[in-house]
Design a protein around this ligand. Structure first.
Ligand code: SAH
Length: 193
């Protein structure tokens, strides 16, 4: 069977993770991705704005006996306040948390701020996966904003690829995969100046 986007997102990140690496879960939700990343990375920074997400994730990690994830009750747009190390892998699951308040959704502005900050800190060879859920109110606007921003990444610095079901009814989620190929020379100049 062909991989579903969510499966591919994990395989894509697993290929670059090891116990010396830092990973970021930008949208903790039920904690599936946090647990997945924690099983492969040295340390995981996980963000969510809902207490419920932190509780669920905390329980999941405790059951698995994992203690290498830091759960942060704050928006992912503040990722640079917490993550000072270079990032090897990051994941976003956009939209709302199915088991919780469906009006609490990720938003274009903050999603793009978080993405930009994470990409800036991504190691060479580091990867980011974005699962785009867009069937809800407001989902379309966020989908377009993310696709637009990723499409404009400098191709010399990042590879960016889309993996999307084409003949499924409704609005199945799709995956954006990003890999850093090299330093951004413009960033470097700014830092040196
Ligand atoms: N749609 C996915 C789940 C997405 S969960 C699915 O069906 O599997 C998205 C999570 O992002 C929610 O738990 C929500 O609370 C969280 N979130 C919303 N805004 C956020 C922000 N600014 N920073 C971090 N997490 C945020």
């Amino acid at each position: 069977m062909m991989k579903r986007p969510i499966q591919l997102s994990h395989d894509f990140l697993a290929e670059v993770l090891d116990k010396d690496s830092i990973a970021v879960d930008a949208t903790m939700g039920n904690g599936h991705d946090t647990a997945f990343l924690a099983s492969l990375a040295g340390k995981v920074y996980a963000f969510d704005v809902q207490k419920k997400a932190l509780q669920k994730t905390q329980e999941r990690l405790a059951q698995l006996g994992m203690d290498n994830a830091q759960l942060i009750l704050e928006g992912h747009q503040h990722v640079d306040k917490y993550v000072k190390e270079p990032i090897r892998a990051a994941i976003f699951n956009l939209g709302y948390l199915p088991s919780a308040d469906k009006s609490l959704i990720t938003k274009p502005d903050t999603t793009l701020q978080a993405l930009q900050k994470i990409l800036k800190k991504l190691e060479i060879g580091g990867r980011a996966a974005i699962m785009v859920y867009y069937g809800h109110d407001g989902g379309d606007v966020e989908k377009d904003a993310v696709l637009n921003a990723v499409s404009q990444l400098n191709q010399a610095v990042f590879a960016a690829t889309l993996y999307q079901p084409l003949n499924q009814i409704n609005t199945p989620p799709f995956l954006i995969m990003i890999e850093r190929l090299k330093e951004d020379e413009r960033n470097k100049d700014q830092q040196e100046a």
